[in-house]
Design a binder for this molecule. Structure first.
Ligand code: ADP
Length: 419
């Protein structure tokens, strides 16, 4: 064994203790006494050392970032037992880390939520292995209630099995408060605006009816403009008022036994003048023997009213509309189809957003407010239903919605929807 080899041996000994995973490769080379192989092994050991060092460095950076984050970050085992929490837990919940680790996540601060909420959460993260995004009402150690947004996602091994869960929680109490204040303001302002606007319309109608004597054609034309604009404003504040009531959760839900086909027919009858004016053919596909459902009459009325009005407005003269009511398992399934202008592909993802209107709709009808579908979706989803659509530009659109046949759950609130 030459001098160099001895020196290398020394070096290897030191590496050996530091990096156990390279131990076998280096040891084998040395026994063979092959210098070239030894140099190769040392190079590998060095590169492995660099890799481990850089990994350790990255981990340290990562740890500092997680520790310093203002969001509360936790890692739990697959049963929800906390393995790690960052410092933010103390600020957000008031509990010290030592009080939290080893306990079930949220057991200290969680306020009761419906059982289905947690079932859905566990199903999403454990069975479907997807991320769950939601909001929770929690209580700090000192008793203060706060609202947090949560995002929990599973970390999987190479075989797809859940290793652990990571939860990121943010205190959004302040944002929620601002949101509530804004909604309250909109509600109050719309309510205040409705009375004078109704008066303007009422008096312009009286003038048009000749109650204050005959008018010249020019005067009539001006008053008609005032009436049309006034009606648009009433529609807008009514939609804003209804939306703010739905969002504030102050609405009374009064389900009563209803024949859905009958309530849909009532809306079609109301809209018949518009349907006839555009020479639109309306067809019905109603399943016979539909059960009577317990739903709030004003809710279902607003849903049909918006969907059928849109179908009329966004369909050209002489077009057709098909309204269908059927059963789909445990759900009521309704659809309103038209062969109108359709929804452009680039607008489709935004169509249920508040005040969003597609360009082709604005070209066809300049005075919409983009609030109808938002309200319809809020009503449907708050009553455990779903709404979606299929559309192709210049071919037509079909809106579909479901509601559980078991009906709507009654709720004692302070307000009702206005029409
Ligand atoms: P508005 O009709 O007042 O604009 P809505 O909230 O009812 O407001 O609808 C939002 C947008 O959805 C419309 O502006 C239009 O772009 C699109 N839309 C809704 N229904 C239809 C339909 N049947 N055909 C084509 N586009 C539609």
């Amino acid at each position: 064994m030459n001098k160099f080899t001895k020196l290398f041996f020394n070096f290897i000994d030191r590496l050996h203790s530091a990096y156990q995973n390279t131990d076998a490769k280096v040891g084998d080379s040395v026994r063979q006494g092959d210098t070239a192989e030894l140099i190769d092994a040392i190079k590998k050991a060095q590169s492995e050392r660099d890799r481990v060092e850089s990994l350790a460095h990255d981990l340290e950076k990562f740890k500092l970032a997680v520790e310093g984050a203002s969001d509360h970050i936790s890692i739990t085992d697959i049963d929800g037992m906390v393995l790690y929490v960052n410092k933010a837990v103390e600020k957000i919940t008031g509990y010290g880390r030592e009080e939290v680790v080893g306990k079930k996540a949220g057991s200290l601060w969680k306020l009761p939520m419906p059982q289905e909420y947690y079932q859905n959460m566990w199903d999403t993260i454990k069975t479907q292995k997807k991320s769950f995004i939601g909001e929770l009402r929690n209580r700090k150690k000192d008793g203060t209630v706060y609202i947090s947004s949560i995002n929990i996602f599973p970390v999987l091994d190479k075989g797809g099995a859940v290793l652990f869960f990571v939860g990121i929680e943010r205190d959004i109490t302040r944002e929620k408060q601002i949101d509530t204040e804004k909604t309250e303001f909109v509600s109050l302002a719309s309510h205040q605006l409705r009375t004078p606007l109704t008066a303007i319309n009422w008096y312009s109608e009286m003038l048009l009816d000749g109650d204050a004597g005959t008018m010249t054609e020019r005067q009539k034309q001006y008053i008609e403009e005032i009436h049309t604009s006034g009606q648009r404003l009433i529609d807008l504040v009514t939609a804003l008022l209804n939306i703010s009531r739905v969002e504030r959760g102050t609405l009374t839900v009064s389900p009563e036994p209803i024949d859905i086909i009958e309530s849909c027919e009532a809306i079609i009858k109301e809209l018949t003048p518009q349907i006839n004016k555009k020479h639109i053919t309306i067809m019905r596909q109603f399943e016979t023997g539909m059960p009577i459902m317990k739903v709030d009459r004003s809710f279902i009325g607003i849903v049909f009213q918006n969907l059928i009005t849109n179908a009329i407005e966004y369909t050209r003269e002489g077009g057709f509309i098909v309204v269908a009511i059927t059963r789909d398992g445990k759900n009521l399934l309704c659809s309103v189809a038209d062969n109108g202008i359709g929804i452009p592909v680039d607008a489709q993802s935004r169509i249920f957003e508040k005040m969003y209107r597609a360009d082709n709709a604005m070209d066809m009808k300049s005075d919409g407010n983009g609030l109808g579908l938002y309200l319809v979706r809020s009503i449907i989803e708050r009553n455990n239903g779903n709404i979606w659509f299929i559309s192709e530009q210049n071919k037509g659109t079909t809106f579909l919605f479901t509601l559980p046949l078991s009906g709507m759950l009654s709720k004692e609130g302070t307000k009702t929807l206005v029409s």
